[in-house]
Design a protein around this ligand. Structure first.
Ligand code: PLP
Length: 382
């Protein structure tokens, strides 16, 4: 299969009107927000175009998305779940907020593993939950001692509490192992915290790691997971996602109000279902191309920015770069943007552990990636 990351020229990409391509001036190479520089998989294009031609733009049929996701999960991860134990949501962040609304109240604490996806902070603040950080270790893995301390602090308030896991982890690309997830689940249970897991990046895991669905593990039946095809097939603008409840949480998820289920779009469901049913070969081709980029980034950094710390991500198309040795201050993304005309995400926005770091989106062509690293090296005076 042709490499989807080399199918579009920079000129073609610049005609896009999404956030990635319009937030910064045209001379900036945008390697920030998690959109990919790929054309859509052909089955998605066909399904959406056919729907438009048919005028099939009404309301979604409840259950269609959950069934397609369940079939994909069974095939890809050997994980079976009951589509009836799911709730349709507009997107993963809405799903996280609404699930947390079912199991915690305003003022309750939610534990997150910093550095972590920036909107976790903003959305938790929006629903008035207290954020308690359990920083990852220097190896980017869940630190059980930090997690235990955070869960104890969350329980100390006397209210209900939750642990919000990101699996695979954005921005480090860590793919949590079975043992790590079992430990996290056991620690949460021992402190009375409910677990919600964001598995949006689950389809994007490379050959040296294996995604373990949280709900496939024994003891986790009281948890909730959020899934979507949006990251792996570049469908963020085609809103659709699904919340899955473990066996012991299904009755709670069934309480999800209609007003929340109403957010899913029919055209989004059509696009996502096409991806899940007919887009697996495209996904496998994408993973080969991303894996090559992950390697290329390591080579480029070693040659041009050898003092930048880089652990190749095991999953996601995000690279977490430790730029502390470059002397570019708390937020090196500022120098990369102003002096290098490269947009990467600001490390400090990911919480504790983010200072001196940036997040780079490597889902682009090798040519753009190479140009970006050359510009970053020049910006750093390397
Ligand atoms: C970990 C994580 N969760 C959620 C989202 C956003 O998902 P959605 O657009 O479905 O809300 C992203 C987007 O990059 C993400 O990386």
């Amino acid at each position: 299969m042709a490499n989807p990351l080399t199918a579009l020229t920079l000129e073609q990409l610049r005609t896009r009107t999404s956030a990635k391509w319009r937030h910064f001036p045209a001379d900036v190479l945008p390697l920030w927000v998690a959109e990919m520089d790929v054309p859509l998989a052909e089955p998605i294009v066909r399904a959406v175009c056919d729907a438009i031609v048919r005028g099939d733009t009404g309301y979604p049929t409840d259950g269609t998305y959950a069934e397609a996701m369940a079939a994909f999960a069974a095939k890809r991860w050997d994980w079976q779940f009951d589509p009836a134990a799911c709730a349709s949501v507009a997107d993963v962040m809405r799903g996280i907020v609404e699930v947390l609304g079912l199991i915690t109240s305003a003022g309750d604490a939610v534990v997150i593993n910093s550095p972590v996806y920036t909107p976790f902070y903003r959305f938790l603040e929006y629903i008035d939950r207290r954020v308690i950080e359990a920083p990852l270790g220097a190896d980017h893995r869940i630190d059980p001692h930090a997690l235990e301390r955070a869960l104890a602090a969350a329980a100390a308030g006397g209210g209900r509490s939750a642990l919000l896991l990101c699996s695979p982890h954005n921005p480090t690309g860590t793919v949590h192992t079975r043992e790590e997830l079992l430990t996290a689940g056991a620690l949460a249970a021992s402190h009375g915290a409910r677990v919600v897991v964001d598995e949006i990046h689950a389809p994007i895991v490379y050959s040296d790691a294996v995604h373990v669905p949280y709900l496939s593990l024994p003891g986790n039946e009281g948890a909730f997971v959020l899934l979507s095809a949006s990251k792996a097939w570049n469908l963020a603008g085609m809103k659709a996602a699904v919340a899955v409840a473990g066996e012991l949480a299904a009755a709670e998820l069934a309480q999800m109000p209609d007003v929340v289920r109403h957010g899913q779009t029919h055209i989004g469901v059509i696009a996502h279902v096409a991806a899940l049913r007919d887009g697996e070969a495209w996904l496998d081709g994408l993973l080969v191309a991303l894996e090559a980029n992950r390697r290329l980034l390591g080579e480029l950094l070693a040659a041009q920015l050898p003092h930048v710390g880089y652990h190749a991500p095991q999953g996601t198309y995000l690279a977490w770069l430790d730029c502390r040795a470059l002397g570019l201050g708390e937020d090196p993304s500022v120098a990369f943007l102003e002096r290098g005309r490269v947009a990467v995400n600001s490390g400090p926005s990911f919480g504790t552990g983010g200072a001196g770091h940036v997040r780079l989106n490597l889902a682009t062509s090798p040519a753009i990636l190479s140009e970006a690293v050359a510009r970053m090296a020049a910006a750093a005076g390397a």
